[in-house]
Design a protein around this ligand. Structure first.
Ligand SMILES: [Zn+2]
Length: 163
């Protein structure tokens, strides 16, 4: 059966994750979402309550050092990415679990290694594509990805979409 041209590709499926893995990551993600929802609230309160908690806020590096469980490491990520952005990614990841496309790079459709998902269960890009995006070599709009020309990238100023 053919699908309409606009719907094009079937969702890629992760070949390296079985149903059990999916369920496990879903648990982790839902857990995380709950934590974050609580955190976003307390963080915005903290921000107004200002500096008195400086002593609690160890640097991510120190945290990673004595990270006895993975949650510690995850919190290091929280200080880097905005919580809301992360919540967004978690929602997306949960959607992809539903669709069965979880664990596959959204840009190049290779399997995202399980070790990467363990650290960043909300990852929707493989390491390569993530780097590309961070370096400005790829633009994301919604769940679509556009590879940008290397040369155009050097020119700098984003904003002019026409090549
Ligand atoms: Zn990729």
């Amino acid at each position: 059966m053919e699908r309409t041209a606009t719907e094009t590709m079937p969702e890629p499926q992760a070949k390296h994750l079985n149903a059990g893995d999916m369920a496990r990551f879903r648990e982790i993600l839902m857990d995380k979402r709950e934590q974050l929802n609580g955190q976003v609230e307390s963080l915005s309160k903290d921000a107004t309550a200002s500096t008195e908690s400086t002593e609690h806020s160890k640097s991510p590096l120190n945290n990673a050092e004595n990270a006895s469980d993975t949650y510690e490491q995850d919190f290091a990520f929280l200080s880097i990415e905005s919580e809301e952005e992360l919540l967004d990614k978690i929602e997306n990841a949960l959607e992809r679990i539903q669709e069965g496309s979880y664990g596959v790079c959204e840009a190049c459709e290779t399997d995202i290694p399980e070790e990467r998902l363990e650290v960043m269960p909300w990852a929707d890009l493989c390491v390569k594509c993530q780097q590309l995006e961070e370096q400005g070599g790829m633009r994301r709009s919604g769940r679509d990805f556009e590879l940008l020309d290397d040369d155009a990238d050097q020119a700098g100023v984003p904003g002019d979409e026409e090549a």
